[in-house]
Design a protein around this ligand. Structure first.
Ligand SMILES: O=c1[nH]cnc2c1ncn2[C@@H]1O[C@H](CO)[C@@H](O)[C@H]1O
Length: 584
C-alpha cells in the first residue's frame, strides 16, 4: 500500500490527500495552540538554566557572533563528519560519524575545523581544575630531560623487552657522578636500580634510538588513543595505567631546572589559549631535588619558592603581563592513612604560613573509587579545620573532588553529600551529581560550582563521548559549571590549554552554543580562588559577581571586555559566511 504516492506526488496532491483524510493543517488554531503549549513548557524549563542570565544579557554584537557560530557549527556537522563530504574522516572510515565522537578519534579533525579557530581565540577566563604534573607536554619534557646535564634513568629491573617495559617504571634523577657508559638499561644483564645517563639510554634504545626512546616514554606516561577507546575494560583498568604515569612524570618534573622551565612553558601555553589565571592542584607526595642535588629536599618550601619566582618572572614578561596569576590547591593522596594525611595537612599549613598568597585550598586526589571516602576522612578533615584556625593561617578552604564515578549510591557517589556538607567551595568533576536532584538544588542555592572535565571523563571511561556526558543535565537544573582540562598532557589534549574541552562541549551539545560556552567561561572567573576570603566574604563575593567591589568583580568585568572584543572578531572574521552556503 504505502509507497505508491510518496515520490512522484506533487505538493498540491499531498495537500489534497491530507484534506481528504481529514488531517488537520499546521495552521489550524488548535494545532498552533498545541505548539504554543510545547514552547511554553520549554521556556519554563529554560528559566532554570544556570546560563539563563548570561544569555538574556548578551549584547547585540555577542548575539550576532553566537548566530554565526551556530551556523558554522551546523555546517561543519554536515560536512566534516558525514560520508557525503568527500574529504571527511567519515569518508575515510566509510561510516557516518557524529561530531561528539570519541575524542581521540576526532582530535585531528577538531583541530582542522573553523570552530577550532574560533574556540582557540575565545577568552576562557580561568582554569579551575588541573593537576600540575599532567599539564606538561610529554615530548617537550622528555627532550628537556635529555638536554639537562646530569639526568639519569633507572628501573627496578632490565627493560630489555616490551613486557619488561610495560611492567616496570623508568625513573629519572640528577646524578653528580656520570654513569659508566658500558651499562645499558636495555640489556638483560642490567643490575636493578643502576643509574644510566638519559642521553646514553636514548642513543642505545633498541627500537629506533632516540626517537623510539621518546615514543616509549610518551606511551608509558599517557593514556594512548588505543587505550582510551577500550571502554569495555572499564575505569579501574585505565586508572591503573593512569596512576603509573604520574610515578614516572614526578621524577622528571620535580628537578629544579626542569620545573622552572616547565612552569614558564605552562603559563605561556595558558595565555596563548586565552586563560588568564589558574588554580593548580599538585599532589605533595613526591621527591623534589634542587639543581645539582641528588638528595631530595625535606618538605616543599623550595617548590613554592620556585613557583613564586617563576610566576613573578612570567608576569613581568611581555607575554605574561596580562596574566592574573596562579594559586595552589594543596592535595594529598586519598588512599593514604590518617597519619600520612595529617602529616601532609601539617605541611600544607606550614607552607601557607610562608606563602599565604600561593595556597588557595585543600583537596584529596587519586582514584576516587579506589581510595577513601570523604565520610571516612571526616575526623581528619575536622582536625584540619581546627589546626588551621589554631595556627593563625585562618581558613584553608576545601575544593573537593567528588562523584567522579559510574557508581550510584556507592561510597564515591555519596562523597557528593559529604563534599557539600563539609563546605566545599567547588566540586571537582561531580560526574554523578546529575543523579541527585536534592543535591543539585543545594549546589545551586549555595552557589557552588562544578569543575567539569569532559575529555578526562571520557578518556578515563566514565562516558564514551561528549554526547553522553551529564553536563547538560547540570546546566538545565541551574548548577553553575566551569569547563576544565584536568590532565591534558596525559589524557590526550597534549598541551596546557582548554580549547579541546571547549570545542567538544560546543560541537557536541546542541543546547549550549557560543552563548552557553561564554557563560561557562564567565563562571570560571566568578569561581576562581583569587584571594583568601572567609566563608561569608566568599559567598557574598560570588553572589555579587561582576557587581561586587573586589578583585573578582574587576576581573569579571575585564573578562567581559575580552568577550565583547572576541565576539566582534567572530563577526568581522566569519560574518561573511552568513549566506548559509554549506558548500563553502
Ligand atoms: O581526575 C582525577 N581525579 C582524581 N585524582 C586525579 C585526577 N587526575 C589526576 N589525579 C591525581 O592527581 C595527582 C597528581 O596531581 C595524581 O595522584 C593523580 O592520580
Amino acid at each position: 500500500m504505502a509507497n505508491h504516492m510518496s515520490q512522484d506526488s506533487s505538493l498540491e496532491e499531498d495537500e489534497q490527500w491530507a484534506r481528504d483524510e481529514g488531517i488537520p493543517s499546521l495552521s489550524d488554531p488548535f494545532i498552533q495552540k498545541y505548539f504554543q503549549g510545547v514552547d511554553t513548557l520549554i521556556d519554563q524549563e529554560n528559566k532554570h538554566r544556570s546560563d539563563k542570565d548570561f544569555r538574556e544579557l548578551l549584547s547585540p554584537m555577542a548575539q550576532e557572533a553566537c548566530a554565526i557560530v551556530n551556523q558554522i557549527r551546523f555546517a561543519e556537522q554536515q560536512t566534516l563528519w558525514t560520508t557525503s563530504f568527500e574529504d571527511s574522516l567519515a569518508h575515510e572510515t566509510r561510516q557516518d560519524l557524529y561530531p561528539g565522537m570519541m575524542f581521540t578519534l576526532a582530535k585531528e579533525r577538531i583541530e582542522s575545523s573553523k570552530l577550532w579557530q574560533i574556540v582557540r581565540k575565545m577568552p576562557k577566563g580561568t582554569l579551575l581544575h588541573c593537576h600540575l604534573e599532567a599539564m606538561v607536554d610529554l615530548e617537550w619534557v622528555f627532550n628537556e630531560a635529555l638536554k639537562t646535564p646530569g639526568m639519569h634513568i633507572s628501573a627496578a629491573g632490565s627493560l630489555y623487552d616490551q613486557t619488561s617495559r610495560d611492567a616496570l617504571l623508568p625513573v629519572f634523577q640528577y646524578r653528580k657522578t656520570p654513569a659508566a657508559a658500558e651499562i645499558s638499561i636495555w640489556s638483560e644483564s642490567y643490575k636493578p636500580n643502576t643509574w644510566v645517563s638519559v642521553a646514553d639510554a636514548a642513543a642505545s634504545f633498541p627500537d629506533g634510538g632516540k626517537l623510539g626512546f621518546l615514543a616509549y616514554l610518551m606511551a608509558r606516561c599517557s593514556i594512548t588513543p588505543a587505550e582510551s577507546l577500550r571502554h569495555h575494560y572499564g575505569p579501574n583498568d585505565i586508572w591503573d595505567k593512569f596512576t603509573k604515569c604520574f610515578l614516572v612524570l614526578d621524577t622528571v618534573l620535580y628537578y629544579e631546572p626542569i620545573l622552572r622551565a616547565f612552569l614558564q612553558r605552562m603559563f605561556t601555553q595558558l595565555v596563548d589559549d586565552g586563560v588568564r589565571y589558574v588554580d593548580i592542584r599538585a599532589a605533595f607526595a613526591f621527591n623534589y631535588y634542587k639543581e645539582g642535588s641528588q638528595l631530595p629536599e625535606d618538605g616543599y618550601s623550595e617548590v613554592f619558592r620556585v613557583l613564586n619566582e617563576e610566576l613573578e618572572k612570567f608576569q613581568s614578561s611581555p607575554t605574561g603581563k596580562d596574566f592574573w596569576g596562579a594559586r595552589m590547591i594543596w592535595t594529598t593522596i586519598r588512599s593514604f592513612s590518617d597519619r600520612d594525611i595529617i602529616a601532609s595537612m601539617k605541611e600544607c599549613i606550614a607552607i601557607k604560613e610562608v606563602y599565604p598568597h600561593l595556597i588557595a585550598g585543600f583537596d584529596l586526589v587519586g582514584h576516587e573509587d579506589g581510595g577513601r571516602s570523604l565520610s571516612s576522612l571526616v575526623p581528619v578533615l575536622f582536625w584540619f579545620r581546627k589546626a588551621c584556625a589554631q595556627s593563625g593561617v585562618g581558613n584553608i578552604p576545601f575544593f573537593f573532588h567528588a562523584g567522579e564515578t559510574l557508581g550510584t549510591g556507592s561510597d564515591t557517589d555519596l562523597n557528593l553529600f559529604d563534599a557539600v556538607l563539609l563546605g566545599t567551595r567547588r566540586i571537582g568533576h561531580g560526574f554523578s551529581l546529575y543523579k541527585h536532584p536534592l543535591l543539585m538544588n543545594m549546589v545551586r542555592d549555595k552557589r557552588l560550582c562544578v569543575e567539569c572535565c569532559p575529555i578526562s571523563n571520557e578518556v578515563l571511561r566514565l562516558t564514551h563521548s561528549i554526547s553522553s556526558h551529564p553536563l547538560p543535565a547540570l546546566l538545565a537544573q541551574g548548577v553553575p559549571v566551569a569547563l576544565c582540562n584536568d590532565d591534558p598532557g596525559i589524557l590526550g589534549q597534549g598541551r596546557a590549554g582548554m580549547s579541546h574541552d571547549f570545542w567538544q562541549a560546543l560541537q557536541g551539545i546542541e543546547s549550549l552554543g557560543l552563548e552557553g560556552l561564554g557563560s561557562l567561561a564567565e563562571n570560571s572567573v566568578r569561581w576562581a580562588a583569587f584571594e583568601d576570603q572567609d566563608t561569608k566574604e566568599w559567598t557574598e563575593d560570588i553572589k555579587n559577581g561582576a557587581y561586587g567591589t573586589r578583585l573578582r568583580a574587576q576581573r569579571m568585568k575585564e573578562w567581559k571586555k575580552d568577550w565583547e572584543r572576541f565576539c566582534q572578531w567572530v563577526v568581522m572574521e566569519f560574518g561573511v559566511d552568513m549566506d548559509g552556503d554549506l558548500e563553502e
